[in-house]
Structures are given as C-alpha cells and as structure tokens.
Ligand binder design. Structure first.
Ligand code: CAO
Length: 422
C-alpha cells in the first residue's frame, strides 16, 4: 500500500527565506526516514531537510536557489508501507554513474588483495555542502580526502575536524611539531562539589561559539593598544545631539568611530581585505560590522557602504540594527558582507580588551570606556577625555608596524575629526 504525501520544511527555528543550496535526491529515488533530501544554508548555519517518512520521491517542488521557510512544500513522496523492502539512497548513490571513470575502474578491477583500497586513495567525489567545502578550504583540508560518516557517506563538520586532528597527530608523532596536541577537555562531576544547574546554550551561542573558537585557533592574533584624546569630539557630539534632539536622533561615540575607521581603512587597504589561500582579496567597499550584545549572545550587524553615509545616518541605522538584534529580528542579510568590525564596550566600562578577529575579516577594533585623565601638554597636565582603543589583527596579513600606523592614524582622526576631510 502506498500513499502520496507532501513533504514540507520542518521547524527551522527563527530562520526564514533560507536558500536551497543543494538537492540530494531526484524523482524516482527511494528514501528512508531521515535520509537528507536537500540542504538549506543561512548565513549562520547549514541544515539538511530529512525525509519525514520512507518512500519514493515523485516530484521536487523547489530548485536550487529557491528560498524556503517552515511549511514550504518541497517534494511529493509516495510513502512506502513499512513492510515493503526499501532500496536505500546509499545504494542509489553507489551506482556507477556517480563515480568518476577512474574510480569505477578501481572498483571493478580484480583486486590483488580482497580488502578494499583505503578511502583516501579512491578519490570518490566528496559529498559535502558548499559551506562545509568552504570550512575545509579555510582549514587547508582537501575535502576529497575526508571520510564522510553522515548518511550516504556525506561529509559532516566533525569529519573534517577528525581529519585535521588525525593529521596533526601524525605530524606531531612524525616530529613535525605542528599539532596542537591538546589534552582532552576535563570531565568533572561538578555536583560532587556543590549544587549546580544545567542551562542549554542558546541557538546563537551554539553558532557563534565554534566560529569564535575557529577564529581564535586559526588566526595568529596580535593586539595593539592606543588612546585617543576625544575631548573635542565629545563636545561636538553633544552639540550635534542637542541640535538633533527634536528629530530623536542620538549619536554615540560608536557612530564617529565607524566613520573614522572607514577613513582609516581607506588609508590602509590591507586592513580591508580577506585572506584566500595565497591571495589577499582587497575590498573596494566599506561594510562595517559592530558587535551588539543581546540577551541570547553576540551578533554583528553590518552597516553597508558606510563610506557613503554621514554620521547621523550611521547612528540611526546602528540604533535600528541594535534594536533588531536585541529583539531577534535581524535578517541574515543584515549580518553579511562585513569588512571590518568594531566591538564597543564603552557604554559598559573597562580599560581595554583583546577582541577576536571576525573571520574572514583581518582586523577588529575594540573600544573601552572614555575617561577623564590628566594629559601632559608639554608644560602642564590638563584634563582630557581619553578613549582606550585596541586593534586585534591577523599576523598572516598585517605586520605590527602597519597595525601601529593604522591605530595612530585612527587616533589622529578622533583627536581632530576635521582630518577626515583631508
Ligand atoms: N566611553 C564612554 N561612554 C560611552 C562610550 C565610550 N567609549 N561608548 C558609549 N558610551 C556611552 C554612550 O554615550 C551612552 O551614554 P548616554 O546614555 O549617557 O548618552 C551609553 O554609554 C550607552 O551607549 P550605548 O551602548 O547605548 O550605545 P553605543 O552606540 O556605544 O553601543 C551597541 C551600541 C549596540 C554597540 C551596544 O549597546 C552594545 O551592544 N555593546 C556591547 C558590544 C559587545 O558586547 N562587545 C563585546 C564583544 S566580545 O564578546
């Protein structure tokens, strides 16, 4: 007995209009429950839509590039009675047409020994999503050499990490000394020492954590510190705010910092770049990210084309994006395409911190709380408002001298904002 049923996108959290980046089945394919049907990719995560029941794919209702949300009809599947033997997708995938001619030869030639050739030598076409391929590329991993443990031999993120770990171990054992050779994470029964409560990580933290960990481990970070005398800029800011009070626009120091950072990036283009293999991709646009604290964790909305916007426009756009971030209403596009990020803890406090570079960007500016300090003017100390800045940068792309000049330039602009016109 078989019934034709519709397959729709299941609950995918807050995501909407997520592009379909890969279709893993075709009409006629037989699938088991949970076999992946297609891959969706938002800017934050890649997710597979699994088959909710076993059956034969009759019709696909979306194509690659289509945008789908929870409830979108994606396929018609003729459900197969559980008693009917199912030919699995794994078997379909193993059919010769999906293998390169060379691979088919390897597989069909009489083997001298009965054991199959080790997977890395076979070079089956890697079955992995574009984002995973990108992840592997960033780690310098040849995806074709990774052994997939997912359904249909699909390569998963963990498989890439296992591959890297194996190689690191091998290198270390071989005396190469390049492996991290880390101790296992401590396993502690905390309840032995007192009362504890377990709280699941928010979805945002589950996404941002691995990104931050990757950036921290892969990027050789260095952080430079400097201080800007923002006394005059603060006076100007307060004047601007007074003038615009009726319009409801409030300019904070961060809006000026974004404008000054754009001008500094323009003067030091290697900071407005991304590293791809042995090439630097220099960007001719200025999309500026700023870290926004939300109840669920950190997000980095992006102000696009900040070079073409005035400080007032940047301030009101930033306020709207920060509100959207706190309310969990940012669109994926609001957080894409950033060139450089600023993380400001100035409204909270602190004298300095070392932000983590937001890959694939190559530098990030940290801003702490401005304080009145006695500055020596050559003859006497006088009270000035001093803003602490820190610049973390990727030493594969930038050198200390350039970073020092970048910060010095920025400090000069903040000390006398008229310099931005020069
Ligand atoms: N020094 C002194 N005061 C500062 C300041 C600075 N560097 N920066 C902001 N302030 C003041 C503002 O002027 C404002 O004062 P008033 O209310 O008296 O006018 C107050 O602090 C609050 O500012 P704000 O935080 O609302 O505005 P902002 O533009 O500075 O920042 C935003 C906006 C979204 C970046 C901020 O709310 C936020 O989320 N910051 C946290 C970012 C973060 O978590 N970074 C760490 C990332 S690493 O985990």
């Amino acid at each position: 007995m078989s019934t034709t049923r519709e397959v729709t996108v299941p609950d995918v959290g807050d995501f909407k209009n997520i592009p379909v980046i890969e279709i893993l089945v075709k009409p006629g394919d037989v699938v088991k429950v949970d076999d992946p049907l297609m891959t969706l990719e938002s800017d934050k995560a890649t997710m597979e839509v699994p088959a909710p029941f076993a059956g034969t794919v009759k019709e696909l209702m979306v194509a690659i590039g289509a945008k789908v949300s929870e409830g979108t009809l994606i396929a018609i599947v003729e459900e197969i009675d559980e008693a009917t033997p199912v030919v699995t997708v794994e078997k379909v995938i193993a059919e010769p047409p999906l293998l390169s001619p060379a691979t088919s030869q390897v597989l069909s030639a009489p083997a001298p020994v009965p054991t199959p050739a080790p997977p890395p030598e076979i070079h089956l076409p890697a079955h992995a999503s574009p984002s995973l391929r990108r992840f592997a590329r960033e780690l310098g991993v040849d995806i074709d050499r990774v052994i997939g443990t997912g359904p249909k031999g699909r390569i998963q993120r963990e498989d890439v990490l296992v591959h890297v770990k194996q190689h690191m171990r091998h290198d270390t054992e071989a005396g190469g000394g390049t492996g991290l050779d880390l101790l296992p994470w401590p396993q502690i029964d905390f309840a032995k020492f007192g009362d504890v409560e377990r709280m699941p990580l928010s979805r945002l933290r589950k996404i941002s954590g691995p990104n931050l960990a990757r950036n921290w481990v892969m990027i050789p970070h260095v952080t430079n510190f400097d201080e800007a005398d923002v006394t005059d800029l603060e006076t100007f800011r307060l004047t601007v705010n007074k003038e615009n009070a009726d319009a409801g626009i409030k300019v904070t120091m961060l809006a000026f910092l974004i404008k000054a950072a754009v001008s500094t990036l323009n003067a030091f283009p290697e900071f407005n770049s991304s590293l791809e293999g042995e090439e630097l991709v220099l960007k001719r646009y200025y999309h500026m990210g700023f870290a926004a604290d939300t109840p669920n964790g950190l997000v980095v909305p992006v102000i696009r084309d900040a070079d073409k916007k005035g400080v007032l426009e940047i301030a009101s756009e930033m306020a709207a994006l920060a509100r959207g971030a706190r309310d969990g209403k940012l669109k994926a596009t609001d957080m894409q395409g950033g060139c450089f990020s600023i993380s400001s803890l100035g409204g909270i406090g602190g004298t300095g911190f070392t932000p983590i570079v937001n890959a694939p960007e190559v530098a990030i500016l940290g801003v702490a709380k401005a304080e009145m300090k006695p500055l020596w003017n050559g003859t006497e100390f006088h009270p000035r408002l001093v803003l602490p800045l820190s610049l973390s940068w990727d030493h594969r792309v930038v050198d200390g001298a350039a970073a020092g000049r970048f910060l010095h330039h920025l400090v000069g602009l903040l000390g006398d904002f008229r310099r931005i016109l020069l």
